[in-house]
Write a protein of this length. Structure first.
Length: 111
């Protein structure tokens, strides 16, 4: 991450790009940071990120997972992809050319 997520969120807010609450973006950044440390080349594919997000959100929120993700407007892998692309646009994440919305959308419906 090259920018603090709070600074990035302020920029998102100024430009009207606040589709996701700060807690959702912060949680996603934490997952990216922690999971990339366990990957040999330190880059997560969309599939790895979606799988990790599903696993960790179930572990962290249990029976409240659906409620939390509804509040965060993260229902599908496509929503997660949109959040990732938003964070990348505001310089919080670095993406590979293969990290597209289509790559996330193709991974299944529900998180």
């Amino acid at each position: 991450m090259s920018l603090d997520w709070k600074t990035a969120y302020a920029g998102m807010h100024e430009s009207g790009e606040t589709s996701y609450p700060p807690a959702a973006l912060h949680y996603l950044l934490q997952i990216c940071r922690q999971a990339s440390g366990h990957i040999e080349n330190h880059l997560l594919t969309p599939e790895q990120l979606v799988n990790e997000f599903r696993k960790r959100s179930q572990r962290d929120f249990g029976s409240m997972k659906t409620s939390v993700l509804e509040d965060w407007k993260l229902h599908t892998s496509e929503d997660l992809g949109k959040a990732v692309l938003l964070l990348a646009k505001h310089h919080c994440l670095t993406l590979e050319p293969s990290d597209t919305l289509e790559a996330f959308s193709s991974l299944g419906a529900q998180l």
